[in-house]
Design a protein around this ligand. Structure first.
Ligand SMILES: [Zn+2]
Length: 268
């Protein structure tokens, strides 16, 4: 089901991991940001787009994690953009002979019967200029470190929408890139850029969880910042994403936090 969040902007949420796909109406069709996750969900999205009477004219992947670089044959063979870092990361991944086995190894068990890997990770580097090249509302790309290599948020200023990639979620705590040079500092820098970008938005679409509007946007930024600071500091967390209460069936999300706490170590 597509939920309209602004003029010509819709969100399709998958049940698994509550991934959000953003659909932006352009002059000749739609841009799909991060379509996912199961084959059923992708089929559902394709059906919704048919009902909307809109072909897919382009795609965008906010970052090179499996649940953000998926595609579905029915969407067609159209340019799918990402940052240059994201595109390079995926090109290297796909150059390995065993990439399919490696991709399957990342998938949750629910997807293993029929791994949804159509066109997996085929991302074209954005030409320089910082905007998505398409015929539609102007979309600015805000690249930053923090969650993953080549991560980007998108600002659709005319529609006052910010697509935040895997940040500002009400479901998952900030997930740091511990491979990066300065995981805590990079994440905080990323949040600063997101905060600047959010000044032009009334609606924020996180990669996972519910869409944020109005004052909730500032709350989400403050909560992510407090979490990352606590992780790098005194490790005192006042965050329902760590301690609950959790929706039934979603208690496991606290394991994301526990895993990160193991990496940074007590009092480090
Ligand atoms: Zn994600």
């Amino acid at each position: 089901m597509l939920e309209q969040i602004a003029e010509g902007v819709f969100v399709h949420q998958s049940q698994l991991l509550r991934n959000n796909t953003t659909v932006v109406q352009g002059d000749d069709g739609v841009l799909l940001v991060d379509p996912g996750t199961s084959r059923d969900e992708l089929r559902c999205l394709a059906r919704d787009l048919r009902e909307l009477g809109q072909p897919v004219v382009a795609g965008f992947a906010t970052h090179p994690d499996w649940d953000h670089v998926q595609w579905y044959a029915e969407f067609g063979d159209v340019p799918r953009y990402g940052t240059a870092r994201c595109a390079t990361f995926m090109r290297e991944f796909l150059s390995k002979l065993d990439w399919r086995e490696r991709a399957v190894a990342m998938l949750p068990p629910e997807l293993l019967d029929d791994p949804p890997l159509d066109g997996f990770g085929r991302i074209t580097a954005l030409p320089s200029g910082g905007h998505v090249p398409w015929d539609g509302p102007r979309i600015r790309v805000v690249e930053h470190r923090g969650h993953a290599e080549g991560h980007a948020a998108l600002v659709i200023a005319d529609r006052r929408v910010l697509v935040a990639g895997d940040m500002l979620s009400d479901l998952f705590v900030p997930m740091l890139d511990f491979e990066g040079p300065d995981p805590i500092g990079d994440y905080l820098d990323g949040l600063r850029l997101i905060e600047e970008a959010a000044a032009a938005a009334d609606v924020v679409v996180p990669g996972h969880g519910s869409v944020a509007q109005g004052a909730e946007i500032r709350t989400r930024i403050a909560r992510d910042r407090a979490y990352v600071r606590a992780l790098g500091g005194d490790q005192r967390f006042a965050d329902a994403r760590v301690s609950g209460p959790f929706e039934p069936g979603w208690e496991w999300v606290s394991s994301i936090h526990e895993g990160q706490l193991n990496v940074v170590g007590p009092g480090s």
